[in-house]
Design a protein around this ligand. Structure first.
Ligand SMILES: *[C@@H]1O[C@H](CO)[C@@H](O)[C@H](O)[C@H]1NC(C)=O
Ligand SMILES: *[C@@H]1O[C@H](CO)[C@@H](O)[C@H](O)[C@H]1NC(C)=O
Length: 457
Protein backbone atom coordinates (compact mmCIF):
# COMPACT_ATOMS: atom_id res chain seq x y z
CA UNK A 1 0.00 0.00 0.00
CA UNK A 2 2.99 2.31 0.43
CA UNK A 3 3.87 2.03 -3.24
CA UNK A 4 1.19 4.48 -4.27
CA UNK A 5 2.13 7.16 -1.83
CA UNK A 6 5.80 7.20 -2.82
CA UNK A 7 5.31 7.03 -6.57
CA UNK A 8 2.32 9.15 -7.34
CA UNK A 9 2.99 12.42 -5.61
CA UNK A 10 0.68 14.66 -3.72
CA UNK A 11 -2.56 13.95 -5.49
CA UNK A 12 -2.25 10.23 -5.03
CA UNK A 13 -1.17 10.80 -1.46
CA UNK A 14 -4.48 12.46 -0.88
CA UNK A 15 -6.36 9.74 -2.70
CA UNK A 16 -4.63 7.01 -0.73
CA UNK A 17 -5.78 8.72 2.44
CA UNK A 18 -9.26 8.80 1.02
CA UNK A 19 -9.21 5.04 1.02
CA UNK A 20 -7.79 4.89 4.52
CA UNK A 21 -4.61 3.30 3.30
CA UNK A 22 -1.26 3.75 4.94
CA UNK A 23 -0.45 7.27 3.85
CA UNK A 24 1.11 9.33 6.63
CA UNK A 25 -1.90 10.91 8.24
CA UNK A 26 -3.20 11.73 11.66
CA UNK A 27 -6.27 9.74 10.73
CA UNK A 28 -4.36 6.52 10.19
CA UNK A 29 -5.48 4.93 13.43
CA UNK A 30 -8.88 6.53 13.39
CA UNK A 31 -9.77 4.76 10.16
CA UNK A 32 -7.39 1.80 10.32
CA UNK A 33 -10.14 -0.72 9.67
CA UNK A 34 -11.56 1.03 6.63
CA UNK A 35 -13.05 -1.34 4.07
CA UNK A 36 -14.84 -0.05 0.96
CA UNK A 37 -17.05 -3.15 1.00
CA UNK A 38 -18.30 -2.66 4.54
CA UNK A 39 -18.85 0.60 6.43
CA UNK A 40 -18.65 0.75 10.20
CA UNK A 41 -21.64 1.54 12.42
CA UNK A 42 -21.20 2.52 16.09
CA UNK A 43 -21.96 -0.31 18.53
CA UNK A 44 -24.05 0.17 21.66
CA UNK A 45 -22.05 -0.16 24.87
CA UNK A 46 -18.80 -0.59 22.95
CA UNK A 47 -17.85 2.07 20.45
CA UNK A 48 -20.94 4.21 21.06
CA UNK A 49 -21.00 6.36 24.19
CA UNK A 50 -23.64 8.96 24.99
CA UNK A 51 -22.39 12.41 26.02
CA UNK A 52 -22.17 12.20 29.82
CA UNK A 53 -25.01 13.93 31.62
CA UNK A 54 -26.52 15.18 28.35
CA UNK A 55 -29.94 14.44 26.85
CA UNK A 56 -30.35 13.48 23.23
CA UNK A 57 -32.73 15.76 21.29
CA UNK A 58 -32.46 14.67 17.68
CA UNK A 59 -30.67 12.30 15.34
CA UNK A 60 -30.05 12.66 11.59
CA UNK A 61 -28.65 9.53 9.99
CA UNK A 62 -27.31 9.60 6.45
CA UNK A 63 -26.46 6.17 5.12
CA UNK A 64 -24.87 5.00 1.94
CA UNK A 65 -26.90 2.18 0.39
CA UNK A 66 -25.52 -1.34 0.83
CA UNK A 67 -23.49 -3.49 -1.55
CA UNK A 68 -24.63 -3.12 -5.16
CA UNK A 69 -23.80 -4.24 -8.66
CA UNK A 70 -21.74 -1.93 -10.93
CA UNK A 71 -23.60 1.12 -12.17
CA UNK A 72 -22.81 0.22 -15.80
CA UNK A 73 -22.07 -2.98 -17.75
CA UNK A 74 -18.53 -2.88 -19.09
CA UNK A 75 -18.40 -4.22 -22.66
CA UNK A 76 -17.70 -7.95 -22.49
CA UNK A 77 -18.36 -8.21 -18.75
CA UNK A 78 -19.56 -11.79 -18.29
CA UNK A 79 -19.38 -11.83 -14.51
CA UNK A 80 -22.11 -14.00 -13.02
CA UNK A 81 -23.92 -11.52 -10.79
CA UNK A 82 -26.31 -14.07 -9.39
CA UNK A 83 -26.57 -12.22 -6.11
CA UNK A 84 -29.85 -10.32 -6.27
CA UNK A 85 -32.51 -12.96 -5.65
CA UNK A 86 -34.04 -11.31 -2.60
CA UNK A 87 -34.15 -7.56 -2.98
CA UNK A 88 -36.52 -7.58 0.02
CA UNK A 89 -38.80 -5.11 -1.62
CA UNK A 90 -41.61 -7.64 -1.37
CA UNK A 91 -41.33 -7.37 2.42
CA UNK A 92 -43.94 -4.67 2.58
CA UNK A 93 -43.36 -2.15 5.35
CA UNK A 94 -46.87 -2.82 6.62
CA UNK A 95 -48.71 -6.12 6.19
CA UNK A 96 -51.20 -5.66 3.36
CA UNK A 97 -54.11 -6.44 5.66
CA UNK A 98 -53.33 -3.44 7.85
CA UNK A 99 -53.18 -0.76 5.20
CA UNK A 100 -55.77 1.89 5.71
CA UNK A 101 -56.00 2.10 1.94
CA UNK A 102 -58.82 -0.16 0.82
CA UNK A 103 -57.01 -0.79 -2.41
CA UNK A 104 -54.12 -2.64 -0.75
CA UNK A 105 -53.25 -5.50 -3.07
CA UNK A 106 -51.21 -8.66 -2.72
CA UNK A 107 -47.54 -8.51 -1.77
CA UNK A 108 -45.41 -8.19 -4.88
CA UNK A 109 -41.80 -8.85 -5.61
CA UNK A 110 -39.47 -7.94 -8.44
CA UNK A 111 -37.66 -10.53 -10.51
CA UNK A 112 -34.87 -9.36 -12.81
CA UNK A 113 -34.47 -11.62 -15.84
CA UNK A 114 -31.25 -12.06 -17.82
CA UNK A 115 -32.17 -14.74 -20.31
CA UNK A 116 -29.86 -15.09 -23.35
CA UNK A 117 -32.13 -17.76 -24.85
CA UNK A 118 -35.09 -15.45 -24.89
CA UNK A 119 -33.75 -11.86 -25.03
CA UNK A 120 -31.62 -10.98 -28.08
CA UNK A 121 -29.87 -8.16 -26.22
CA UNK A 122 -28.83 -10.37 -23.30
CA UNK A 123 -25.49 -11.32 -24.89
CA UNK A 124 -24.30 -7.75 -24.24
CA UNK A 125 -25.16 -8.04 -20.58
CA UNK A 126 -23.54 -9.82 -17.65
CA UNK A 127 -25.23 -12.99 -16.44
CA UNK A 128 -27.11 -13.68 -13.23
CA UNK A 129 -30.18 -11.90 -11.90
CA UNK A 130 -29.13 -8.31 -11.23
CA UNK A 131 -29.99 -4.96 -12.73
CA UNK A 132 -27.17 -2.39 -12.92
CA UNK A 133 -26.68 -0.52 -9.67
CA UNK A 134 -29.02 -2.84 -7.81
CA UNK A 135 -28.82 -3.54 -4.11
CA UNK A 136 -27.58 -7.13 -3.75
CA UNK A 137 -28.65 -9.71 -1.20
CA UNK A 138 -25.52 -8.80 0.74
CA UNK A 139 -26.46 -5.11 0.50
CA UNK A 140 -29.93 -5.90 1.90
CA UNK A 141 -28.40 -7.66 4.90
CA UNK A 142 -25.86 -4.88 5.40
CA UNK A 143 -28.42 -2.11 5.59
CA UNK A 144 -30.73 -4.20 7.76
CA UNK A 145 -27.80 -4.70 10.14
CA UNK A 146 -27.23 -0.93 10.30
CA UNK A 147 -30.88 -0.58 11.35
CA UNK A 148 -30.43 -3.27 14.02
CA UNK A 149 -27.28 -1.65 15.36
CA UNK A 150 -28.85 1.79 15.57
CA UNK A 151 -31.91 0.27 17.25
CA UNK A 152 -29.60 -1.10 19.94
CA UNK A 153 -28.37 2.46 20.50
CA UNK A 154 -31.40 4.72 20.12
CA UNK A 155 -34.12 2.34 21.33
CA UNK A 156 -32.49 -0.18 23.69
CA UNK A 157 -29.62 1.82 25.18
CA UNK A 158 -30.85 5.42 25.23
CA UNK A 159 -34.66 4.88 25.15
CA UNK A 160 -34.69 7.86 22.82
CA UNK A 161 -37.26 6.17 20.57
CA UNK A 162 -40.09 3.85 21.67
CA UNK A 163 -39.72 0.04 21.55
CA UNK A 164 -42.71 -0.26 19.26
CA UNK A 165 -42.94 1.62 16.01
CA UNK A 166 -44.52 5.04 16.13
CA UNK A 167 -44.32 6.21 12.51
CA UNK A 168 -44.63 9.84 13.56
CA UNK A 169 -41.28 9.65 15.32
CA UNK A 170 -39.53 8.81 12.06
CA UNK A 171 -38.84 10.89 9.01
CA UNK A 172 -37.42 8.86 6.13
CA UNK A 173 -36.11 10.10 2.83
CA UNK A 174 -34.38 8.28 -0.01
CA UNK A 175 -33.22 9.40 -3.44
CA UNK A 176 -35.07 8.54 -6.64
CA UNK A 177 -32.56 5.75 -7.23
CA UNK A 178 -33.98 2.30 -6.49
CA UNK A 179 -31.15 0.99 -4.30
CA UNK A 180 -31.58 3.77 -1.75
CA UNK A 181 -35.25 2.89 -1.38
CA UNK A 182 -34.54 -0.81 -0.85
CA UNK A 183 -31.74 0.18 1.54
CA UNK A 184 -34.20 2.31 3.52
CA UNK A 185 -36.69 -0.58 3.61
CA UNK A 186 -34.04 -2.95 4.87
CA UNK A 187 -32.78 -0.44 7.42
CA UNK A 188 -36.34 -0.05 8.73
CA UNK A 189 -36.79 -3.79 8.94
CA UNK A 190 -33.80 -3.86 11.28
CA UNK A 191 -34.73 -0.66 13.12
CA UNK A 192 -38.34 -1.67 13.73
CA UNK A 193 -38.68 -5.38 12.96
CA UNK A 194 -42.15 -6.90 12.40
CA UNK A 195 -42.57 -7.87 16.07
CA UNK A 196 -42.38 -4.19 17.05
CA UNK A 197 -45.13 -3.06 14.69
CA UNK A 198 -48.71 -2.59 15.58
CA UNK A 199 -50.98 -3.73 12.77
CA UNK A 200 -53.04 -0.53 12.90
CA UNK A 201 -50.33 2.12 12.86
CA UNK A 202 -47.33 0.89 10.97
CA UNK A 203 -47.16 2.67 7.64
CA UNK A 204 -43.89 4.54 7.17
CA UNK A 205 -43.70 7.16 4.44
CA UNK A 206 -40.65 7.07 2.19
CA UNK A 207 -40.17 10.67 1.09
CA UNK A 208 -38.47 11.21 -2.27
CA UNK A 209 -37.63 14.32 -4.28
CA UNK A 210 -38.11 14.33 -8.04
CA UNK A 211 -34.86 13.52 -9.82
CA UNK A 212 -34.56 16.93 -11.44
CA UNK A 213 -34.60 18.72 -8.06
CA UNK A 214 -32.89 16.09 -5.90
CA UNK A 215 -30.65 17.71 -3.28
CA UNK A 216 -29.04 14.64 -1.72
CA UNK A 217 -26.52 14.40 -4.55
CA UNK A 218 -24.61 16.84 -6.70
CA UNK A 219 -27.23 17.99 -9.19
CA UNK A 220 -25.99 19.62 -12.42
CA UNK A 221 -29.49 19.37 -13.91
CA UNK A 222 -30.91 21.70 -11.28
CA UNK A 223 -27.72 23.74 -11.21
CA UNK A 224 -26.00 23.94 -14.63
CA UNK A 225 -23.10 25.95 -13.14
CA UNK A 226 -22.01 22.74 -11.40
CA UNK A 227 -21.55 21.10 -14.78
CA UNK A 228 -19.36 24.00 -15.91
CA UNK A 229 -17.28 23.85 -12.74
CA UNK A 230 -16.82 20.12 -13.26
CA UNK A 231 -15.60 20.67 -16.82
CA UNK A 232 -13.10 23.26 -15.65
CA UNK A 233 -11.86 20.93 -12.88
CA UNK A 234 -11.04 18.32 -15.53
CA UNK A 235 -8.66 20.83 -17.13
CA UNK A 236 -6.75 21.66 -13.95
CA UNK A 237 -3.26 20.29 -13.25
CA UNK A 238 -4.71 18.65 -10.12
CA UNK A 239 -6.92 16.46 -12.25
CA UNK A 240 -4.66 15.90 -15.24
CA UNK A 241 -1.74 14.98 -12.95
CA UNK A 242 -4.01 12.55 -11.16
CA UNK A 243 -4.86 10.85 -14.43
CA UNK A 244 -1.20 10.83 -15.52
CA UNK A 245 -0.13 9.28 -12.23
CA UNK A 246 -2.65 6.53 -12.72
CA UNK A 247 -2.10 5.91 -16.41
CA UNK A 248 -0.11 2.69 -15.97
CA UNK A 249 -2.67 1.25 -13.57
CA UNK A 250 -5.51 2.24 -15.88
CA UNK A 251 -3.83 0.65 -18.91
CA UNK A 252 -3.04 -2.55 -17.03
CA UNK A 253 -6.57 -2.98 -15.76
CA UNK A 254 -8.28 -2.01 -19.01
CA UNK A 255 -6.09 -4.45 -20.94
CA UNK A 256 -6.94 -7.29 -18.59
CA UNK A 257 -10.60 -6.35 -18.82
CA UNK A 258 -10.32 -6.42 -22.62
CA UNK A 259 -11.53 -2.82 -23.00
CA UNK A 260 -8.23 -1.07 -23.78
CA UNK A 261 -9.31 -0.45 -27.39
CA UNK A 262 -12.87 0.61 -26.66
CA UNK A 263 -12.92 4.40 -26.77
CA UNK A 264 -16.02 4.85 -24.58
CA UNK A 265 -14.33 3.28 -21.55
CA UNK A 266 -10.59 3.06 -22.22
CA UNK A 267 -9.66 6.47 -20.82
CA UNK A 268 -11.41 6.06 -17.49
CA UNK A 269 -10.49 4.39 -14.24
CA UNK A 270 -13.13 1.68 -14.15
CA UNK A 271 -12.99 1.02 -10.43
CA UNK A 272 -16.74 0.95 -10.05
CA UNK A 273 -17.12 -1.88 -12.54
CA UNK A 274 -14.66 -4.21 -10.81
CA UNK A 275 -15.00 -3.38 -7.12
CA UNK A 276 -18.33 -5.25 -6.78
CA UNK A 277 -16.51 -8.42 -7.90
CA UNK A 278 -14.11 -8.05 -5.01
CA UNK A 279 -16.82 -7.19 -2.47
CA UNK A 280 -18.73 -10.33 -3.49
CA UNK A 281 -15.77 -12.73 -3.74
CA UNK A 282 -16.34 -13.20 -7.47
CA UNK A 283 -13.48 -13.88 -9.91
CA UNK A 284 -11.69 -10.54 -10.50
CA UNK A 285 -11.00 -11.26 -14.17
CA UNK A 286 -8.11 -12.32 -16.44
CA UNK A 287 -6.93 -11.11 -19.84
CA UNK A 288 -8.97 -12.90 -22.54
CA UNK A 289 -5.81 -13.13 -24.70
CA UNK A 290 -3.47 -14.15 -21.88
CA UNK A 291 -5.17 -16.04 -19.03
CA UNK A 292 -2.01 -15.78 -16.91
CA UNK A 293 -2.58 -12.01 -16.60
CA UNK A 294 -5.20 -11.52 -13.91
CA UNK A 295 -6.38 -8.66 -11.72
CA UNK A 296 -5.16 -8.74 -8.13
CA UNK A 297 -7.00 -7.50 -5.06
CA UNK A 298 -4.47 -4.69 -4.87
CA UNK A 299 -5.17 -3.63 -8.48
CA UNK A 300 -8.87 -3.45 -7.74
CA UNK A 301 -8.56 -1.59 -4.43
CA UNK A 302 -6.06 0.88 -5.90
CA UNK A 303 -8.25 1.45 -8.94
CA UNK A 304 -11.33 2.07 -6.81
CA UNK A 305 -9.40 4.45 -4.57
CA UNK A 306 -8.16 6.45 -7.53
CA UNK A 307 -11.59 6.41 -9.19
CA UNK A 308 -13.26 8.19 -6.28
CA UNK A 309 -10.96 11.18 -6.78
CA UNK A 310 -13.23 12.25 -9.60
CA UNK A 311 -15.91 12.98 -7.02
CA UNK A 312 -13.96 13.87 -3.88
CA UNK A 313 -11.36 16.09 -5.57
CA UNK A 314 -13.66 18.83 -6.80
CA UNK A 315 -14.88 19.48 -3.27
CA UNK A 316 -11.37 19.83 -1.90
CA UNK A 317 -9.01 21.19 -4.54
CA UNK A 318 -8.64 24.28 -6.66
CA UNK A 319 -10.12 27.69 -6.02
CA UNK A 320 -13.55 26.48 -7.19
CA UNK A 321 -14.02 24.05 -4.28
CA UNK A 322 -15.80 26.60 -2.09
CA UNK A 323 -18.25 27.48 -4.85
CA UNK A 324 -18.89 23.82 -5.60
CA UNK A 325 -19.67 23.21 -1.94
CA UNK A 326 -22.20 26.05 -1.96
CA UNK A 327 -23.98 24.87 -5.09
CA UNK A 328 -23.81 21.12 -4.50
CA UNK A 329 -24.03 20.77 -0.71
CA UNK A 330 -25.79 24.02 0.22
CA UNK A 331 -29.27 22.68 -0.66
CA UNK A 332 -29.05 19.62 1.62
CA UNK A 333 -27.28 21.61 4.36
CA UNK A 334 -30.28 23.95 4.35
CA UNK A 335 -32.60 20.98 4.88
CA UNK A 336 -30.50 19.55 7.69
CA UNK A 337 -30.03 22.86 9.50
CA UNK A 338 -33.68 23.92 9.16
CA UNK A 339 -34.77 20.61 10.63
CA UNK A 340 -32.33 20.87 13.54
CA UNK A 341 -33.60 24.38 14.24
CA UNK A 342 -37.23 23.20 14.14
CA UNK A 343 -36.55 20.43 16.65
CA UNK A 344 -34.58 22.72 18.92
CA UNK A 345 -37.23 25.45 18.85
CA UNK A 346 -40.02 22.98 19.68
CA UNK A 347 -37.97 21.49 22.53
CA UNK A 348 -37.20 24.92 23.95
CA UNK A 349 -40.86 26.01 23.88
CA UNK A 350 -42.19 22.80 25.44
CA UNK A 351 -39.63 22.76 28.26
CA UNK A 352 -40.32 26.39 29.13
CA UNK A 353 -44.10 26.11 29.30
CA UNK A 354 -46.48 24.25 31.58
CA UNK A 355 -47.80 20.69 31.72
CA UNK A 356 -50.32 21.06 28.95
CA UNK A 357 -47.45 20.86 26.49
CA UNK A 358 -46.03 17.69 27.98
CA UNK A 359 -47.77 15.46 25.46
CA UNK A 360 -46.84 17.61 22.54
CA UNK A 361 -45.19 15.71 19.74
CA UNK A 362 -41.50 16.01 19.23
CA UNK A 363 -40.51 17.50 15.89
CA UNK A 364 -38.75 14.90 13.78
CA UNK A 365 -36.63 13.34 16.52
CA UNK A 366 -35.21 10.75 14.12
CA UNK A 367 -34.41 11.27 10.47
CA UNK A 368 -33.03 8.73 8.02
CA UNK A 369 -31.58 9.87 4.70
CA UNK A 370 -30.86 6.83 2.55
CA UNK A 371 -28.43 8.06 -0.06
CA UNK A 372 -25.12 7.61 -1.87
CA UNK A 373 -21.39 7.73 -1.20
CA UNK A 374 -21.21 11.13 -2.83
CA UNK A 375 -24.03 12.40 -0.57
CA UNK A 376 -22.03 11.55 2.54
CA UNK A 377 -18.70 12.65 1.14
CA UNK A 378 -19.87 16.11 0.12
CA UNK A 379 -21.14 16.81 3.63
CA UNK A 380 -17.87 15.53 5.10
CA UNK A 381 -16.03 17.82 2.66
CA UNK A 382 -17.74 20.79 4.32
CA UNK A 383 -17.53 19.84 7.99
CA UNK A 384 -14.67 17.35 8.24
CA UNK A 385 -10.92 17.19 7.76
CA UNK A 386 -10.08 16.81 4.11
CA UNK A 387 -8.61 13.31 4.19
CA UNK A 388 -11.49 11.17 5.46
CA UNK A 389 -11.94 7.80 3.74
CA UNK A 390 -14.50 7.52 0.94
CA UNK A 391 -17.93 6.35 2.20
CA UNK A 392 -18.15 2.55 2.12
CA UNK A 393 -21.26 0.45 1.49
CA UNK A 394 -23.61 0.73 4.46
CA UNK A 395 -21.53 3.53 6.01
CA UNK A 396 -23.20 6.31 7.94
CA UNK A 397 -22.79 9.92 8.93
CA UNK A 398 -24.75 10.50 12.12
CA UNK A 399 -25.56 14.02 13.32
CA UNK A 400 -26.83 14.22 16.90
CA UNK A 401 -28.26 17.19 18.79
CA UNK A 402 -27.74 16.99 22.57
CA UNK A 403 -28.62 19.20 25.51
CA UNK A 404 -25.78 19.10 28.03
CA UNK A 405 -26.13 19.05 31.81
CA UNK A 406 -25.37 22.79 31.67
CA UNK A 407 -28.35 23.19 29.27
CA UNK A 408 -26.16 23.96 26.27
CA UNK A 409 -27.21 22.64 22.86
CA UNK A 410 -24.36 20.83 21.13
CA UNK A 411 -23.87 18.85 17.92
CA UNK A 412 -21.94 15.62 17.65
CA UNK A 413 -21.09 14.04 14.28
CA UNK A 414 -20.00 10.42 13.82
CA UNK A 415 -18.59 8.75 10.72
CA UNK A 416 -17.23 5.21 10.45
CA UNK A 417 -18.48 4.89 14.03
CA UNK A 418 -16.19 7.66 15.30
CA UNK A 419 -16.31 11.39 15.99
CA UNK A 420 -15.49 13.26 12.78
CA UNK A 421 -12.28 15.33 12.95
CA UNK A 422 -13.59 18.83 12.24
CA UNK A 423 -12.70 21.07 9.32
CA UNK A 424 -10.11 23.59 10.58
CA UNK A 425 -12.45 26.50 9.75
CA UNK A 426 -15.30 25.07 11.81
CA UNK A 427 -13.87 26.39 15.09
CA UNK A 428 -15.13 23.54 17.25
CA UNK A 429 -14.66 19.82 17.71
CA UNK A 430 -17.45 17.55 16.55
CA UNK A 431 -17.71 15.58 19.80
CA UNK A 432 -19.73 18.55 21.16
CA UNK A 433 -19.81 21.54 18.85
CA UNK A 434 -21.88 24.49 20.15
CA UNK A 435 -25.10 24.37 18.13
CA UNK A 436 -24.85 27.94 16.85
CA UNK A 437 -21.22 27.49 15.77
CA UNK A 438 -22.20 24.41 13.80
CA UNK A 439 -25.33 25.86 12.25
CA UNK A 440 -23.74 29.21 11.38
CA UNK A 441 -20.92 27.34 9.65
CA UNK A 442 -23.07 25.04 7.53
CA UNK A 443 -25.56 27.82 6.80
CA UNK A 444 -22.70 29.93 5.45
CA UNK A 445 -22.73 27.43 2.55
CA UNK A 446 -26.42 27.88 1.79
CA UNK A 447 -26.89 30.22 -1.19
CA UNK A 448 -29.49 32.92 -0.62
CA UNK A 449 -30.22 33.25 -4.33
CA UNK A 450 -29.36 29.89 -5.80
CA UNK A 451 -30.94 30.63 -9.18
CA UNK A 452 -28.57 33.54 -9.68
CA UNK A 453 -25.58 31.40 -8.72
CA UNK A 454 -26.62 28.38 -10.77
CA UNK A 455 -27.62 30.22 -13.96
CA UNK A 456 -24.98 32.91 -14.25
CA UNK A 457 -26.03 33.89 -17.76
C1 LIG B 1 -8.67 3.92 -26.77
O1 LIG B 1 -9.13 3.29 -27.91
C2 LIG B 1 -8.87 3.99 -29.12
C3 LIG B 1 -9.57 3.24 -30.26
O2 LIG B 1 -9.21 1.89 -30.25
C4 LIG B 1 -7.38 4.13 -29.30
O3 LIG B 1 -7.09 4.85 -30.48
C5 LIG B 1 -6.78 4.84 -28.10
O4 LIG B 1 -5.38 4.90 -28.18
C6 LIG B 1 -7.17 4.14 -26.80
N1 LIG B 1 -6.76 4.93 -25.67
C7 LIG B 1 -6.03 4.44 -24.67
C8 LIG B 1 -5.73 5.37 -23.55
O5 LIG B 1 -5.67 3.28 -24.64
C1 LIG C 1 -14.26 30.31 17.90
O1 LIG C 1 -14.77 29.77 19.10
C2 LIG C 1 -14.39 30.48 20.26
C3 LIG C 1 -14.88 29.69 21.47
O2 LIG C 1 -16.13 29.08 21.24
C4 LIG C 1 -14.95 31.90 20.20
O3 LIG C 1 -14.57 32.63 21.32
C5 LIG C 1 -14.42 32.57 18.93
O4 LIG C 1 -14.99 33.86 18.77
C6 LIG C 1 -14.74 31.74 17.70
N1 LIG C 1 -14.11 32.29 16.51
C7 LIG C 1 -14.75 32.43 15.36
C8 LIG C 1 -13.96 32.96 14.23
O5 LIG C 1 -15.92 32.12 15.21
Amino acid sequence: MHVLTTSLGLVALFAAQVAGQSAPSSNDNLYANYDYCQGVTPIAGKTYKPIKGATLQKVQVLIRHGDRTPSAVLPGDKTNYNICSSPAEYNLIAPASSHSLHTAGPALRTNILVSPSENLFASGYWSGNCEVGQLTNKGSLQTRRVGEQLREIYVDQLHFLPKNLDPEELYVRNTYIWRTRTSAENFLNGFYPARTRDSKNSVITLNTYPQSIETLILNPTACPKLGLLYQSFFKTPTYTNHMKSNYALMQKVNTILGVDKIPTVNTTLNGDTVMPRLCNNLPLGCNPHDPTQCLTRKDVVDLMTQSTFLYSGIFRYESTAEEIKRLAVGPILKTLSASIRATQKATASSSSSSDRNKNKRRVRPFELYSAHDQSLDQILAVIGQQNLPWPAYGSSVIIELWKTAAKKDVIRVLYEGKVVPAHPKLNCTLDACPLETFLAFIESYVPTNIAAECYPY
